[in-house]
Design a protein around this ligand. Structure first.
Ligand code: UDP
Length: 195
């Protein structure tokens, strides 16, 4: 799969649908991946912090979640096909989960938003299984419980809405010990889903 480097970040050159299809295929091969939908805030944080930039560059798939990166890719003559926003990619991935009966765990947002987001996803994608949802205001003790629950559940998807850069750092820190196929930071998407 082709990557285009913009502002030192290697973006996957694919539409949202192609990105989700690509990820679904890798999930079926049993891979474990960190996905970053890099919005302007994330790209700027990477430019300010070399450790965060390194983390971004080590992610398995990075999508351009901003029209600026798409425009920049055109100027350098290696056009990215379209903006691939986190909230939209989340839904396209959930369509795959619904088709295959995959499970997912949500971590992040307030207790009310996190529960609301789980309810919305269960209504929209009834064949996908919510294997746990945990709000994003946890103590170190609760964090251990969350990690143990994810280890037990072995979900295909782990969606983490703690805001950038914390969500990407949290995923990078824990992914090695977690039996999930795809972990992705989703920013404020859980708030949006809960309505
Ligand atoms: N959040 C959290 N725990 C924290 C701080 C923030 O779960 O300690 C959540 C917050 O409730 C919100 C999300 O992280 O749901 C961050 O949303 P924001 O809109 O800032 O993220 P963005 O989409 O801008 O990356």
């Amino acid at each position: 799969q082709k990557r285009v480097w913009v502002l030192q970040v290697p973006f996957l050159a694919a539409t949202r649908q192609e990105t989700a299809d690509h990820l679904a295929q890798r999930i079926q091969q049993g891979e474990r991946m960190q996905v970053v939908t890099a919005n302007p805030e994330i790209v700027m944080l990477g430019r300010e912090s070399s450790s965060y930039m390194k983390l971004l560059q080590q992610a398995d798939v990075i999508t351009p979640d901003g029209i600026g990166v798409v425009l920049a890719s055109r100027w350098i003559g290696e056009p990215l096909p379209e903006r691939v926003a986190g909230y939209e990619l989340l839904h396209t991935l959930m369509e795959h989960a619904n088709q295959h009966g995959w499970s997912y765990v949500l971590v992040g947002a307030s207790p009310a938003s996190c529960t609301g987001a789980a309810e919305t996803l269960q209504k929209m994608y009834p064949q996908a299984q919510c294997a746990g949802h945990f709000d994003g205001y946890f103590t170190p003790e609760k964090e251990k419980v969350i990690l143990a629950s994810i280890r037990d559940a072995k979900p295909q998807f782990l969606f983490v809405g703690l805001g950038a850069p914390r969500q990407e750092e949290w995923i990078a820190r824990h992914l090695k010990e977690l039996p999930v196929n795809l972990a992705m930071g989703v920013g404020g998407s859980l708030d949006v889903l809960s309505g």
